[in-house]
Design a protein around this ligand. Structure first.
Ligand SMILES: [Zn+2]
Length: 170
């Protein structure tokens, strides 16, 4: 299966799909796309099995942790207590396969929206944005808490704490 590469435009984009057993999270489909002309690479991960409700806690510190994969189903809520942010299924029911850095990028978008909607909190929001900036440079600790009643979310790191079945909303 060859497609057009979004970077160089040649029809040399190859997509491979393989199934993998990921520790704690069960079967996942790993989709990897690779361009044989320019070397462009893109990976996606999709959870196969429906699971018990899950709560995942991960503390990211340092630049390497920004690359840790974060998979969020549309039913999951995500909290980052250090910056007082939560993304819940009501305000944002969008699922995504990303990493810690990509998650921070989404949070920046939420903050920018807040800045427009509630200018009275401007200073506090700017303070949080500065903190996110330090997080994106690996200078600040980030705690990520995902609660998913469908169990289809994951943070793929051996340091992620995974609690299944004993999920209660706050
Ligand atoms: Zn290419």
């Amino acid at each position: 299966m060859r497609e057009k590469c979004p970077v160089c435009g040649n029809d040399t984009l190859e997509t491979n799909i393989r199934e993998e057993d990921v520790q704690y999270f069960g079967r996942m489909l790993i989709m990897s796309t690779f361009c044989t002309s320019c070397g462009y690479r893109h990976n996606d991960v999709i959870l196969v099995d429906q699971k018990d409700p899950v709560k995942i806690t991960f503390v990211a510190s340092g630049e390497e942790d920004l690359k840790v994969r974060v998979i969020r189903s549309s039913y999951a809520s995500i909290r980052i207590p250090e910056i007082g942010v939560s993304i819940d299924p009501v305000t944002s029911g969008e699922s995504f396969v990303s990493n810690v850095e990509g998650l921070l990028f989404r949070v920046i978008n939420i903050m920018s929206q807040l800045l427009r909607d509630s200018p009275e909190n401007r200073e506090e929001i700017l303070e949080r944005l500065k903190m996110i900036g330090r997080m994106r440079n690996g200078l600040e600790r980030i705690t990520i808490i995902i609660e998913d009643p469908t169990g289809n979310s994951a943070i793929v790191s051996e340091r992620a704490r995974v609690e299944r079945g004993k999920f209660n909303t706050r």
